[in-house]
Design a protein around this ligand. Structure first.
Ligand code: SF4
Length: 403
């Protein structure tokens, strides 16, 4: 491979690592057929995650890390002193196909700094997707990072070829966006999300292809003083108003020559993890933002224990829950019971009374849920009598692997 190309690839793949929104789960099942290429069905495709949880199974690159904008939290901002590089449409297409043929990736996640204009940049990304679909018969997954300031027509075109589109909200609070990314506008970001939501809903109704894996967004955490409750409140609004598939949380990482407007230290990475756990509670477990926040202090989640356990420990009067009688809503609140386990419990108990062994087969967290659950052969002491429960349930500290 041409060495200058490899050098550019290094720069643009590295620059893309700050974008968290790249999971490919939501894609429809699709196989290219005899003359085509790629598939989204998972056969011979490996999913890989970096130690901090980011998905790397897609070829994740920027078209360019030049940018006209100067967002303080971004390494690619125009005032940043980083090495710059740029790919052409042709190069990104070739690269994607080459990686796909080697079975290194399951698709493409393409983002870009803004060059010349928002429209020009959006058009370049749209052309990559169109060429992959049209000329390469590429049936793999494509996720494009849409540029909210680009013409709605260009975003609409991108949706014809991509599986997922995302627009980054970046910061939960409008005032933080004004301070740290003055060229961005929270209103236009939300307006673009709204338009995309309408197009996706309309396409679904008309049964035609338009970003079938929906839209997602990313929020940076720890670059401003927004609390976890504020971040989750913004997510809840986005899920409700624009039917987003996912909100991704990216712990702000200090960048070389960072702006003085940013904190010197990054937030603990555990904060990002707790927000992801809280996000599941919002989307799948029927919790409200207020309930989740009540598990922590001052609007911040408890970093030592997961948000479901934190809520349970602060609402001990609601436990223990009888696994053979409780309704679904309350079963979902038992620490250690996931949605699948709850469905299975509800199915099984129609035919017989559940014992602890039955629950043990459904979860790996049996030890943790013992104080919260009543089964036919298990009745724990009342939680209010167990003052040391939190300490007993804390996971022992574990050395993280470097590899
Ligand atoms: S517009 Fe995007 S790439 Fe450009 S500085 Fe802002 S966050 Fe970075």
């Amino acid at each position: 491979m041409d060495q200058t190309f490899v050098a550019r690839l290094r720069i643009l793949a590295d620059a893309a690592k700050y974008d968290a929104s790249c999971a490919s789960s939501g894609a429809p099942k699709r196989v290219a057929g005899a003359n085509g290429l790629g598939s989204t069905t998972g056969g011979a495709i490996c999913h890989a995650y970096t130690p901090d949880g980011r998905c790397i199974s897609l070829l994740k690159i920027l078209m360019t890390n030049y940018c006209l904008y100067d967002c303080a939290y971004c390494i690619n901002r125009r005032s940043s002193n980083v090495r710059r590089a740029r790919f052409t449409v042709e190069e990104v297409v070739k690269l994607t196909v080459a990686f796909y043929k080697r079975n290194c990736i399951e698709g493409l996640f393409l983002s870009s700094g803004i060059v010349r204009s928002a429209d020009h940049t959006m058009e370049q990304m749209m052309l990559v997707a169109r060429r992959l679909r049209h000329e390469e018969n590429f049936a793999g997954y494509i996720h494009l990072k849409a540029i909210p300031e680009a013409s709605p027509w260009l975003i609409e075109q991108a949706g014809l070829w991509a599986d997922r589109l995302s627009i980054n909200l970046e910061l939960a609070a409008e005032r933080s966006l004004e301070r740290l990314a003055p060229e961005k506008n929270g209103g236009s970001i939300r307006a673009a999300m709204g338009q995309m939501h309408e197009r996706i809903a309309q396409a679904q109704e008309e049964k035609r292809h338009f970003a079938p894996a929906g839209q997602s967004t990313q929020m940076i955490v720890g670059a401003d003083d927004a609390t976890d409750a504020a971040v989750l409140g913004a997510s809840a609004t986005l899920y409700r108003a624009y039917a987003l598939k996912r909100v991704y949380y990216s712990a702000f990482s200090p960048i070389p020559e960072a702006s003085r407007a940013l904190p010197v230290k990054p937030p603990p990475l555990q904060r990002e993890n707790r927000l992801y756990q809280a996000d599941w509670l919002l989307r799948c477990y029927g919790f409200t933002v207020e309930e989740i926040a009540a598990g922590g202090e001052g609007g911040m989640l408890d970093l030592e224990i997961d948000p479901k356990l934190a809520w349970a420990l602060k609402h001990r009067d609601r436990f223990p829950v009888d696994v053979n009688r409780a309704d679904k809503e309350m079963l979902l609140r038992v620490p250690g019971l996931g949605t699948r386990a709850v469905e299975s419990i509800l199915r099984t108990r129609r035919h017989r009374t559940l014992r602890l062994d039955d629950i043990g087969r459904l979860t790996s967290g049996l030890k943790r849920l013992l104080p919260f659950l009543i089964a036919a052969d298990h009745r724990p002491v009342r939680l209010t009598d167990r003052l040391d429960l939190r300490r007993r349930l804390l996971q022992p500290a574990r050395q993280l692997s470097l590899f």
